[in-house]
Design a protein around this ligand. Structure first.
Ligand code: ARG
Length: 586
């Protein structure tokens, strides 16, 4: 159940009933800062004081009385200048949790009343360049957001907007013909493409003839020349293989792969449209949007001196042109209501300008840049994607390392008697723990902040880390195994009651799961779910230390098993919603 939404509507009804106003007013329900004063606070009486010319505390009193009469509320007290502190009733929380226990399909998270069609544009690496740790964030965060929105009931289209078009291909075509090795391209495609590209671009910088021929090859490719087209397709194909490997390891998938190349034919029309609508104009042969010349440009862009270029002097189209065509396609072909761009915050200006252009073109789709910060190395500087000897740290090798390190940690845990993993399950467990650790380290942060890549903190069975949560899950499951109790049967039959203080703390936390999911979805902030799961694991620890489960008797035992089952399910669901797996035994 959506707790805050329920309290908000109950509060707003109470205000209406108590004060007999002409219409509904917001109750302005917020969680309290200090649990000593209750669970939630209703602030809605205070702003009415002026309108009704009465002291807010006097207005709050009858509202509090109505609220106190609800099953959900144990106590409602007027406090301070005129807000109302709400204490939830343990019996009501318990009955809500019993209901959730019976709902394994949704774990108490309702589906949205109105589903939207949402494009999530994420990962989107550039072909012929290594997908490095920087791309990891878009992939992990975008996947989590797509999972959350889909679970909420939205129709999500996951689109990998590959950088598979543009000037690098002219250089690559010339370079491959000159220096390429077909064998290297087969064994380590991206490294070979990168090597050739680097060589070609260095040479082209000094050698105008080479630069000219790269431009000519690009033009031929874009005009549909068969040989160049074949070569390009080959580059894409070999790169795709590497990407697929990474995505498989990460358990990330896409509904469509509409790279930049997919929009090529639409680009001249985009520029024409911008010109004819007076949004862009010619400038020394290029076509640009000058923000200081557009009366209804957003304020933040009015002062923007450098224009948004949509066609260069040499008539080449740009990233910006493609992105405009992409929005139009998403509107016309998919009839999408929203598009989320999960892209590095350093591209903020690009998206600001793109969205402003779309608005000028009359596009009503909701466009959002879901930005994120930088991954930092141990020295606090942006994580270098090359090691000391200049080798690129690829995503594949990074994920490989995380699995190895996870295995080491698990071995240590086994040696110390903390963990138990069957030898035949070791590979699978290390994979889930290792990959989960990398993902969690990223997702637990507010995406806008930079974060430091730290293997030791990341792969840890203590503290706020993926393995700790996976362990907490396995421990819940092990309680059932140890007692020979079937978790599903508990879910069908147990009735939860909240008597001990630690039970109540856990119960209150469990009750807030749906709110966390919705908040994460509404703000594109998967860390809200991570935080919930982490706090849940801690609340469970507190409960488990205070309250015997298997050794309890009768109804208390059933109830505690029920709480344990709910905890397990919520950890699994919460981690699952951000793309992290669990194992039942470890
Ligand atoms: N390929 C781009 C990059 O690596 C990201 C593309 C993001 N999506 C978009 N529609 N612009 O920087």
């Amino acid at each position: 159940m959506l707790l805050e939404r329920y309290l908000e509507s109950a509060g707003s009804e109470a205000i209406h009933e108590a004060l007999r106003l002409d219409g509904p007013r917001p109750a302005m329900v917020r969680p309290t800062q200090d649990p000593q004063f209750g669970d939630f606070q209703v602030n809605g009486a205070m702003p009415l004081a002026k309108e009704l010319k009465k002291p807010p505390r006097e207005l709050a009193q009858p509202i509090a009385e109505i609220l106190a009469s609800l099953d959900a509320i144990e106590k409602a007290e007027v406090a301070g200048p005129g807000f109302i502190n709400l204490h939830l009733a343990p019996s009501w929380i318990a009955s809500q949790l019993t209901e959730t226990l019976r709902d394994p399909a949704r774990d108490g998270v309702p589906a949205v009343e109105e589903a939207s069609k949402i494009i999530v544009d994420f990962s989107s690496p550039n072909i012929a360049k290594q997908m490095h740790v920087g791309h990891l964030r878009s992939t992990i965060i975008g996947d989590a957001i797509a999972r959350i929105l889909a679970f909420m009931g939205h129709q999500v289209i996951r689109d990998n907007h590959l950088g598979d078009w543009g000037t690098q291909f002219g250089l690559l075509i010339v370079g491959m013909r000159e220096w390429g090795s077909e064998e290297a391209l087969r064994s380590d495609p991206i490294a070979e493409l990168e090597r050739v590209y680097k060589l070609a671009s260095e040479r082209a910088a000094k050698d105008e003839r080479l630069a000219e021929s790269a431009r000519a090859e690009l033009a031929k490719l874009q005009a549909g020349d068969e040989d160049n087209r074949k070569l390009w397709e080959h580059f894409i194909e070999v790169s795709r293989r590497v990407l697929d490997e990474v995505y498989e390891e990460l358990d990330v998938s896409f509904d469509v792969w509409l790279g930049e190349s997919a929009y090529h034919d639409a680009l001249p029309g985009v520029v024409e449209e911008l010109l004819s609508r007076g949004i862009a104009r010619q400038d020394e042969g290029a076509v640009c949007v000058f923000w200081d010349e557009i009366a209804d440009a957003p304020k933040s862009l009015r002062k923007q001196k450098t224009p948004f270029i949509v066609q260069k002097k040499d008539s080449a189209f740009l990233y910006s042109t493609t992105d405009i065509a992409t929005v139009l396609y998403r509107r016309d072909h998919f009839q999408a209501d929203r598009a989320l761009y999960v892209v590095d915050s350093r591209q903020a200006l690009h998206f600001q300008q793109l969205f402003a252009v779309m608005k000028l073109l009359g596009v009503e789709m909701q466009l959002e840049h879901v930005g994120f910060g930088t991954v930092l190395g141990p020295d606090g500087k942006p994580l270098r994607t090359r090691d000391a000897s200049g080798h690129v740290i690829t995503l594949v090798s990074l994920l490989e390392e995380s699995k190895q390190r996870a295995r080491q940690r698990i071995d240590e845990g086994i040696a110390e008697g903390r963990l138990r993993v069957r030898p035949e399950e070791m590979d699978e467990v290390s994979r889930i723990v290792g990959i989960g650790a990398v993902k969690y380290a990223d997702l637990r942060q507010n995406r806008l902040s930079d974060y430091q890549f730290d293997w030791d903190k990341m792969i840890s069975f203590q503290g706020n880390a993926g393995p700790y949560l996976q362990y907490a899950y396995a421990r819940c499951v092990s309680i059932f195994a140890k007692g020979g109790v079937d978790m599903e049967a508990t879910a069908r039959e147990a009735t939860i009651s909240l008597d001990a203080p630690a039970e109540l703390v856990l119960g209150k936390h469990l009750l807030r799961f749906a709110d966390a999911v919705y908040q994460a979805g509404a703000t594109s902030q998967p860390h809200i779910i991570c935080e919930h799961v982490y706090e849940l694991a801690r609340a469970f620890n507190g409960f488990y230390a205070e309250c015997p489960v298997l050794d309890a008797e009768g109804g208390a035992r059933d109830s505690r098993l029920g709480l344990t089952a709910l905890t397990a399910r919520q950890i699994r669901r919460g981690l699952g919603l951000v793309g992290i797996g669990v194992v039942d035994r470890m």
